[in-house]
Design a protein around this ligand. Structure first.
Ligand code: NDP
Length: 333
């Protein structure tokens, strides 16, 4: 065990797009776990669009403060334990932050069963897969034959949403930020159509891709894309509000959804926000179903694994700029 703990501190809260100088690398001593705590050595750090939202203020969790270790989900190994439920060698997940070693209370960690490859515990069998599963099935409630649209479709949550919707017999249209991503969604992941929100008027391309309107919209991005989709929703449509990545990295968009309340009433829309943890009681059934779909080849697991602790800041900045396909994470060791 090395005796150095590398940590990325959030040096300052960005006022515009996230940049490398918002982070500071420090090297310190490995912490000692206190009573009820566990010392965790990071194996993989999860990169999530929400990491940037946490810098904006309190959400479903406290805001990240400048001068503290950058927060983030970690898959790690217990190296010392002063908590009865954990022993050295256990694999755990939890918010241990961007550091090699973290001493965390046992109650905020979750023991996980090793899977080959381990990275699947952060992608399809982690928050990403569960968010897609619960958001689509429990909130979007798609029926076979309906049209499902998902934004940030080539990203971690989005690609799984589209693939599950296909398994359920829906017509699936993805919205993504490049022609390459769109081609990949249709050619490799079996989406029926994909449209690039950065090229041409989205209203027109989406209309052409969804001639029968949209029954379920899984919204990962908010802002202008949300507004465009809204006006193409069918009667009794459902919108699963998962996140609003367009508003995370910089100043909020000048435009937002207009005419919303009236449309919601006239079209009897159900628009429901959710946090994946709302459904954690059903986690075991969801994981069983996801494992079955992966095993029979109906779900492809798309991961974007970057190596090396020092890559963390650039990896998050790149994710916010749309570099990733599928679940981005950094392999630490
Ligand atoms: P992704 O892997 O989807 O990465 C983010 C993607 O967003 C980028 O690849 C980029 O792709 C796209 N993007 C960036 N800026 C914009 C923009 N201005 N407009 C439209 N698209 C943009 O990230 P995650 O899977 O981590 O997160 C996806 C969403 O899911 C986020 O909103 C996140 O907050 C939410 N989430 C919610 C949870 C919940 O419990 N409610 C749990 C987990 C995630 P492109 O090239 O297409 O622009």
């Amino acid at each position: 065990m090395s005796d150095i703990n590398r940590q990325f501190m959030l040096a300052r809260i960005p006022s515009g797009p996230l940049t490398q100088d918002c982070f500071r690398l420090e090297r310190g001593a490995i912490p000692m776990p206190g009573d009820g705590e566990v010392l965790v050595k990071a194996r993989y750090v999860s990169l999530d669009a929400a990491n940037r939202a946490w810098m904006q203020g309190a959400t479903y969790r406290d805001a990240i403060e400048a001068g503290t270790v950058m927060a983030g989900g970690v898959l790690g190994e217990v190296v010392q334990s002063r908590h009865g439920d954990f022993a050295p060698g256990d694999l755990v997940s939890g918010d241990c932050g961007w550091q090699d070693y973290a001493a965390r209370p046992g109650k905020v960690l979750r023991k996980v069963t090793p899977t080959d490859p381990l990275s699947h515990l952060l992608s399809i069998y982690g928050i990403t897969g569960l968010t897609a599963y619960f958001g689509l099935i429990e909130v979007g409630r798609p029926k076979a034959g309906e049209t499902v649209v998902v934004s940030a479709a080539a990203g971690a949550v989005g690609n799984v949403v589209g693939q599950i919707a296909k398994v359920l017999g829906c017509r699936v249209v993805g919205i993504a930020g490049s022609d390459d991503k769109c081609r990949w969604l249709t050619d490799e992941l079996g989406f029926d159509e994909a449209v690039n929100y950065k090229s041409g008027p989205l209203y027109k391309t989406l209309k052409a891709a969804c001639p029968g309107g949209i029954d379920v919209y899984f919204d990962n991005v908010g802002g202008d894309v949300f507004e465009t989709v809204l006006f193409q929703m069918n009667l009794l449509g459902r919108i699963a509000c998962c996140g609003a990545v367009s508003a995370y990295d910089g100043t909020p968009p000048a435009h937002g959804p207009r005419g919303v309340p009236g449309l919601f009433v006239v079209k009897r829309l159900t628009v429901r926000g959710f946090i994946v943890s709302d459904f954690f009681e059903q986690r075991d059934e969801a994981l069983e179903q996801l494992r079955a779909w992966v095993a029979d080849g109906r779900l492809k697991v798309i991961e974007d694994v970057i190596s090396g602790f020092e890559a963390l800041p650039e990896a998050l900045i790149g994710l916010l700029n749309g570099e990733n396909r599928g679940k981005r994470m950094v392999k630490i060791c």
